[in-house]
Design a protein around this ligand. Structure first.
Ligand SMILES: Cc1cc2nc3c(=O)[nH]c(=O)nc-3n(C[C@H](O)[C@H](O)[C@H](O)COP(=O)(O)OP(=O)(O)OC[C@H]3O[C@@H](n4cnc5c(N)ncnc54)[C@H](O)[C@@H]3O)c2cc1C
Length: 365
């Protein structure tokens, strides 16, 4: 059976890998270089608790977080690469009494559900070796939230794909998805037509250009800096002002991210960086002399309710795996699994019902 996947981001590539292992003949079409969309721009946090998630979406994200260790171990074995998976925990500093009371409520809520969340006084955070800004009152600690170096993970996935018989068509743009009598037939690209038995739309923030889906871009800007020593910071520090993500085994620290409704407006801006730098210095003022390494931006695939769009479409054999918004790196293992189970075994995870595109039909014109 032949499948075509539109989009070579972390979602498209991980589904391609999963289906290839099950014996499918897969083609990935990517309009740029593989993996250079939101997946390259991300922070790589695996952070359902720091994100403050609740309900079914929390459960979905926790399941994926639990799958991560074996997911990266498999890929590391397949490629010999290290993808910077780090069970570093997340500290969530707060800067006002109001924020403190909200986060303490959140800790109680998560504890009731059986999740690990702890309040740390300012002194407890300082005892972990942090020189905090004067307005930090303390913070929550989520020891089970973690990270992966998304760029290293993408690099490993690309290496895996290139070693297989998966066909990769880079710098080729899909223009149309074609169906006949309600059944998927082919995609038309700027270079020709690709026929297949099924198609998965995994085009991130651009998915709405090909199907009438409520997916739109939420721009995020980020930058990185170098600390003096390797792993000078031992945890992610995630606050409303900025998140600060030290990378494993390196002296690199990534800081993010803005949330902007500016459609696909390219570029890093002074105002965007100013917000992030202020957030960093409010938290860790001693980083002020450290050297900035890189600035960048990306477009999160957002949806009206902030949840992904997964599963079947109204066209037989056309599937959606998009709209992962702020948590697409986190949701990669579970997305790849439930999409492959759907195609290979016709097995519908209950999450596919919850995150079906049907919920937005009333918004479509
Ligand atoms: C600044 C920022 C920080 C983030 N931080 C985190 C984080 O800490 N943790 C987390 O879990 N998530 C994070 N995210 C979200 C995460 O990056 C995304 O949800 C995830 O990368 C989406 O993956 P994707 O493969 O769907 O999209 P993308 O990586 O954008 O891939 C889609 C691909 O489709 C291609 N494409 C589009 N249209 C076509 C077409 N017509 N033909 C061919 N190819 C096409 C694009 O070129 C692109 O490469 C962050 C995102 C941003 C921007």
């Amino acid at each position: 059976m032949k499948g075509v996947i539109i989009g070579g981001g972390i979602i498209g590539l991980s589904i391609a890998r999963q289906l290839y292992k099950l014996g499918y003949d897969i083609t990935v079409v990517e309009k740029r270089m593989l993996g250079r969309g939101a997946s390259w721009a991300a922070g790589g946090m695996l952070a359902p608790l720091a994100e403050g998630l609740v309900g079914d979406f929390l459960d979905f994200c926790l399941e994926s977080r639990d799958m991560y260790k074996s997911f990266v171990e498999e890929i590391q074995k397949e490629t010999g690469d290290n993808v910077g998976f780090w069970e570093c925990g997340i500290i969530y500093p707060v800067f006002s009494e109001e924020e403190k009371s909200l986060i303490q409520k959140r800790i109680k809520y998560y504890n009731k559900l059986g999740h690990n969340a702890i309040w740390l006084d300012r002194k407890d955070i300082e005892d972990k070796g942090y020189m905090l800004g004067k307005s930090v009152l303390g913070g929550a600690y989520f020891p089970d939230d973690k990270q992966v170096d998304n760029r290293r993970l993408i690099t490993a996935l690309v290496m895996y794909i290139k070693k297989t018989k998966i066909e990769v068509r880079q710098f080729e743009t899909v223009r149309f998805i074609n169906e006949k009598n309600g059944v998927f037939k082919s995609v038309t690209t700027d270079k020709g037509e690709i026929e297949a038995d099924f198609c998965i739309l995994a085009a991130g923030a651009w998915s709405g250009e090909l199907e009438p889906l409520k997916v739109f871009p939420k721009k995020g800007q980020m930058f990185s800096f170098k600390t003096k020593k390797k792993e000078e910071l031992k945890n992610i520090l995630y606050s409303k002002r900025a998140y600060i993500i030290p990378r494993k085994d390196t002296n690199l620290v990534v800081v993010g991210a803005t949330e902007e409704n500016v459609f696909f407006k390219e570029g890093v801006t002074v105002a965007g960086l100013a917000i992030l730098i202020k957030g960093l210095l409010d938290t860790l003022p001693n980083t002020k002399d450290y050297e900035i390494v890189e600035t960048w931006y990306g477009f999160r695939p957002a949806t009206p309710d902030g949840f992904p769009i997964l599963g079947k479409s109204d066209i037989k054999n056309l599937y959606y795996a998009t709209g992962h918004y702020r948590n697409g790196i986190l949701l990669t293992p579970i997305t790849a699994k439930i999409m492959a189970d759907l195609i290979h075994k016709e097995e519908e995870s209950p999450y596919l019902k919850i995150f079906s595109f049907d919920r937005f039909k009333h918004l479509m014109v």
